[in-house]
Write a protein that binds this ligand. Structure first.
Ligand code: SF4
Length: 492
């Protein structure tokens, strides 16, 4: 038979139709439900599959803990445990129960308080990179086994002190780890004890003052930093205990009694790594003077500078959302377009290291245009305190008032709250302001702030220069710090 195109299409069409009919019948058979259900929203015969989802959240017990990596937030969180495995970690929503030493309670507004790191903390605990046993660097162990030979450039290479990151880490038992650590401590502390030790340190380039401060104790080459706030209480103040206990090693090394043996050196967060410290006393006169983050919620204008709540203070970031909800404005001053900057009403991009210049410029505008609250400045800042122009030091009351006796403030805030001691008070002395009412100098104490200053009937001036006579009979010029700032800010 001759197959024409027409014949082919006719045959193919008939075959296709037959196949389609058969296929549809098969499909309908497959589509027929295994179970007849009238209204699946009303009732369904088999709902066991739902338990797969429900069981995800089943737990046997829970416990709370303080999440405390090195980020200072110390969120109190709750872990949910199943089969003795922490399945998840959640916010505990109980910050309203916190109180400080004076009984002040936090508010519910602190909730929620956590971050994505905290949520996944348990995954790291069970993760493949969790450290489960001590590790000793291979080169260091060899150095110890060889009797701690001098670290000449050749030996530094031999024991990989110059390529530690590339060295192998060997699994060790705890006994071995402690033994090697003790051997290392004894080697170092003996090596740098006494005159020989001091000589070595000088040769290595340490300043003489530092070496003198060791007083011959090699244990003082150890410098320990405790850690921040609550984190330290939990885990890292152990470093201070360790340092103190090194005096036992000094006693062992140098044969000294408890009255002479010296431990390691405790270097606080402030003096050593400078976390917060320099800026705080400069600005507030106190270390660790901080704001109550809760205030952000009630602010109409929040300016973040040197701060990035979204990325670096994650549990506080919800305050920003709440400011937005209440119609407040957010300002972010950062060189980079940070996640906080993206959410701000105003982003002020500045060059790195110029934020202080920006603030001094702002201060100049505030002062030039008298936009400040003079009453507040007088009562709550150190701007009215007189400074000597001959020494650029604060004028002390004893400088100009003969036989000046420090006022008794032992029951005031300085002693009762800030923990001021008599010896510190002696050094600080009392300050002097120029009183507009008497047109003369008046002494004030550290406690004469706010209403206390007003109660003394003193109205300190902010502007001008004045002449006073010291107890030695020398006439000197003095001016309030405010006046000095006017000179300083001319550059801005
Ligand atoms: S912010 Fe995150 S990592 Fe830091 S303490 Fe809170 S939950 Fe833990």
């Amino acid at each position: 038979m001759k197959l024409t195109r027409r014949t082919f299409l006719q045959v193919a069409g008939a075959a296709g139709a037959t196949f389609t009919v058969a296929n549809k019948a098969m499909a309908f058979r497959l589509l027929k439900p295994a179970v007849e259900v009238g209204n699946p929203l009303d009732a369904y015969p088999d709902r066991t599959w739902e338990s797969v989802y429900r069981d995800q959240y089943r737990y046997d017990r829970t416990f709370t803990f303080t999440c405390s990596p090195n980020d200072t937030h110390a969120c109190r969180v709750r872990a949910f445990v199943r089969n003795e495995v922490v399945m998840r970690v959640e916010q505990n929503y109980d910050h309203q129960n916190y109180s400080d030493l004076y009984g002040n309670k936090a508010t519910r507004n602190w909730n929620p308080r956590m971050c994505l790191k905290g949520y996944t903390f348990h995954r790291r605990v069970y993760g493949p990179y969790r450290l489960r046993y001590p590790l000793i660097r291979k080169g260091w162990k060899q150095w110890a086994d060889d009797g701690f030979p001098e670290l000449t450039p050749e030996n530094k290479s031999k024991y990989m002190f110059d390529a530690r990151g590339q060295d192998e880490l060997l699994k060790a038992s705890w006994d071995d780890a402690w033994t090697y650590a003790a051997k290392g401590i004894i080697h170092i502390t003996k090596k740098y004890s006494g005159e020989e030790g001091a000589k070595k340190l000088i040769e290595q380039g340490y300043p003489k003052e530092m070496v003198d401060a060791m007083k011959g104790a090699g244990t003082r080459t150890f410098k320990g930093r405790g850690g921040m706030g609550l984190l330290g209480v939990i885990g890292k103040y152990g470093m201070y205990r360790f340092n103190n206990m090194l005096s036992l090693v000094d006693s062992h090394n140098r044969g000294l009694g408890p009255d002479k043996a010296l431990g390691g050196r405790n270097w606080s967060n402030y003096t050593w790594h400078g976390d917060q410290a320099p800026g705080h006393p400069f600005s507030h006169g106190l270390q660790t003077s901080d704001v109550d983050m809760n205030d952000i919620r009630f602010s109409k204008l929040v300016i973040q500078t040197g701060k990035n709540l979204i990325e670096n203070k994650m549990p506080e970031a919800h305050w920003l959302t709440q400011v937005m909800e209440r119609g407040g404005k957010l300002v972010v001053i950062t060189p980079e377009y940070s996640p906080s900057a993206q959410k701000a009403d105003y982003w002020i991009p500045i060059k790195c290291n110029t934020d202080t210049a920006l603030f001094l410029g702002l201060t100049k505008i505030l002062m030039d245009e008298k936009l400040y609250d003079a009453d507040y400045v007088k009562r709550f800042t150190d701007f009215p305190l007189l400074v000597r122009t001959d020494t650029l030091k604060r004028l002390q009351a004893k400088d100009i008032f003969p036989d000046y006796k420090l006022e008794d403030i032992s029951h005031g805030a300085s002693y009762k709250i800030h923990g001021l001691h008599d010896d510190q008070r002696e050094i600080l002395g009392d300050f002097v302001v120029w009183d507009a009412k008497t047109n003369g100098p008046q002494p004030i104490t550290r406690d004469d702030v706010g209403d206390k200053l007003a109660a003394k009937g003193i109205d300190p001036v902010l502007d001008g220069t004045f002449k006073v006579k010291t107890v030695n009979g020398k006439e000197i010029e003095v001016m309030p710090l405010f006046e000095m700032y006017k000179i300083h800010l001319k550059d801005y």
